[in-house]
Design a protein around this ligand. Structure first.
Ligand code: ADP
Ligand code: ADP
Ligand code: MG
Length: 607
């Protein structure tokens, strides 16, 4: 066994603790040195060759800054990169395939972006040797004889050109200032801008300046910019973020269609329905976020996603999650009793006008014990509707009858300043008084799954986007409320976190006969969680109309018909899968008007 010790520098604070990690280390006690706090560093250091991995320091650290894992010796042959002593360690890489799209799925902080940067030639892998300067020559020697050698030798000898669509598209605003049109025309090496802006419905963006674009608009511009380039390798880091369902499908189609046919394409993405649709092959990264990540072999996309959901990788003989994610709780089987007593909340037809935008909501009601999924394009009035329901704004026509419900609302855009506490720990303690949050279940399934226990010492104002999202969801769910309203909870979250949210919601709502509205663009999440749906349509930014709640089958049919895609069910896991356009099943389902096909169908892509 080899030791991999990780110390989170932000959390380790020797001035605020009793140095119990050093004092209680059994190896230190026999006069050797496994852990110390060097004066000049002011942080703990673990010497992995001396450490025996007993885990005492891990338990003693009051800030949960230390993780020590024992990994099999043979894994050491596959170390590709390490950021420094006691820092994140990467084993293996996803193997690019010529002419194919390789999807990468895995938790946040597990080494996806790191791998993309190495494959893009932006980061020289140091093979775990943190003390010497890494070189491509050495890296090439390391990859000799492996499937990656061919790829890296072309990369290092500059025989292939790589284009990298970065994860954090919002950063583009700070270094590109001009008009979208000018920026894109300058790089239109393949002469396909005219086509792409039609396919991605981006014509209206052309006359805007880059810094004024919304997240979704920037995402589209960044993807168009990547496809305009004439390259051999295209790397897309989280292309679906900020986009609505229709845009996700459009972007997926554009990537499949416009990447040159012999190119290597790699796509990192958390929306599994999109990975399934866009990729031919998939590699799963597993390990311990922030500590180490291991790339699996490349599987066909259908079986790779299934293995991921099942939590077991057969070729690696590796369990990656304690329990499988099952989609057998078919929405149509979740029969909610139609009794008047259980009606929680009703609203009449409503109209709300905001500047140039008009929302018309159909009359509706929410019953006790149900989760309502809310779907539709961006800018169609979903957030406006949520604000009407929680009473933040009033409609011009219609009303939500007073009901005195206690409401928990997680807005789409969150600022740390809106919370009445300074520190995460303080906030968690405060909400724990309400009951749910102090339960063992909540601590295990929400706080620990979200790693919030590690953030207790952090200021809420200083949390990153993903951390703030997890914190806000936990706070909303922790409250003893009767109606929970979550606006785009999946943004910035990985699959495991999305499922933790989904499970927590179902458990709270079913157990306590309360109700929940979830606005989201992740169709697998919506399918997994919803009893009924509210579906929005209209003209984004101009007018929006909501229908529902209607049952999931009807709602999905409405949505999918507009999107012109059909679903089938995976035989093994029951998860929804988007059919290939114009495949036999796609044409058949469209002809009978059954876009949301609930029976399992044989998978034609896996033989
Ligand atoms: P992912 O893309 O899967 O979310 P990343 O590859 O961005 O993960 O990061 C993997 C781990 O490496 C994280 O714990 C991150 O904090 C750490 N890391 C990333 N970049 C650096 C860096 N330049 N120096 C030290 N640690 C880093
Ligand atoms: P969604 O949540 O479906 O993306 P929103 O409800 O946020 O859509 O917005 C619908 C439309 O209303 C958008 O065109 C948006 O610009 C506009 N809008 C939202 N809030 C306001 C506001 N406070 N003032 C003016 N216009 C607004
Ligand atoms: Mg990343």
């Amino acid at each position: 066994m080899v030791r991999v010790a990780s110390i989170e520098k932000d959390l380790c604070n020797p001035r605020k603790c009793q140095l119990e990690c050093v004092r209680f280390c059994p190896i230190n006690r026999i006069g050797k040195k496994a852990i110390e706090v060097p004066q000049d560093l002011g942080k703990a250091v673990i010497y992995e060759d001396v450490c025996v991995g007993c885990g005492i320091c891990v338990k003693k650290c009051p800030f949960q800054a230390i993780t020590v894992v024992n990994l099999p010796d043979e894994l050491e042959k596959h170390v590709v990169h390490r950021y420094g002593p006691n820092a994140f360690k990467l084993y293996g890489l996803p193997i690019p395939h010529e002419g194919r799209v390789v999807g990468v799925i895995g938790r946040n902080g597990i080494g996806k972006t790191t791998a993309l940067r190495i494959l893009a030639g932006e980061l020289v892998p140091n093979l775990g040797m943190v003390d010497s300067k890494p070189s491509w020559d050495e890296a090439l020697r390391f990859f000799r004889g492996s499937e990656l050698y061919n790829y890296f030798s072309k990369l290092v000898n500059k025989r292939i050109r790589v284009i990298h669509k970065i994860q954090h598209v919002d950063m583009i605003r700070t270094y590109i200032k001009g008009y979208v049109k000018e920026v894109l025309e300058r790089i239109d090496e393949r002469g396909i801008l005219g086509e792409l802006k039609k396919v991605l419905d981006a014509e209206s963006l052309m006359d805007k300046k880059v810094p004024t674009l919304s997240g979704g608009e920037l995402q589209k511009v960044a993807i168009i910019a990547a496809l305009l380039r004439d390259a051999d390798v295209y790397v897309f880091d989280e292309p679906a973020s900020y986009l609505d369902v229709r845009e996700r499908l459009r972007v997926s189609r554009a990537i499949r269609r416009y990447v040159p046919s012999r190119a290597y394409t790699i796509v990192v993405e958390h929306d599994l329905a999109i990975v399934d649709y866009i990729a031919d092959l998939v590699s799963v990264v597993y390990g311990e976020p922030g500590v180490y990540g291991i790339y699996s072999k490349v599987y066909s996309v259908g079986s790779g996603v299934n293995h991921f959901l099942n939590g077991y990788l057969p070729a690696e003989n590796m369990r990656i999650r304690s329990e499988p994610i099952v989609f057998n709780a078919r929405p149509e089987q979740r029969v909610v009793e139609l009794s008047h007593k259980q009606t929680y909340l009703t609203w009449t037809e409503m109209t709300k006008v905001l500047d140039g935008f008009t929302l018309k909501a159909s009359q509706g009601e929410i019953r006790a014990g149900e989760v309502i999924g809310v779907v539709g394009p961006n800018g169609i009035g979903k957030t406006t509707f949520a604000r009407l329901i929680v009473g933040e704004i009033e409609p011009e026509v219609g009303y939500v009858p007073f009901r005195g419900l206690r409401i928990s609302y997680k807005p789409q855009y969150i600022k740390g300043e809106i919370f009445p506490w300074e520190y995460v720990g303080e906030a968690l303690e405060s909400v724990a008084k309400d009951g749910i949050a102090s339960s063992e279940w909540f601590t295990e399934e929400v706080i620990r799954k979200f790693k919030l226990h590690k953030l207790k010492e952090k200021r809420i104002k200083e949390l990153s986007g993903g951390e703030l999202q997890k914190f806000s969801i936990a706070i909303a769910l922790a409250r003893d409320s009767e109606l929970y309203v979550l606006d785009e909870p999946s943004a910035f979250l990985d699959v495991d976190e999305r499922l933790a949210v989904a499970k927590a919601i179902r458990k709270i709502i079913e157990g306590r006969k309360t109700a929940c509205l979830v606005i989201d663009h992740d169709l697998m999440l919506i399918d997994y969680i919803s009893d009924r749906l509210i579906v929005f349509s209209g003209e984004p930014g101009v007018r929006g109309q909501s229908i529902g709640p209607v049952d999931v089958r009807k709602g999905m049919n409405m949505l999918l018909k507009e999107l012109e895609v059909t679903f089938r069910r995976d035989v093994k896991t029951g998860r929804p899968r988007v059919n290939k356009p114009d495949s036999y099943l796609d044409r058949y389902l469209k002809s009978v008007g059954e876009y949301y096909y609930t029976k399992p169908a044989e998978d034609e892509r896996e033989a």
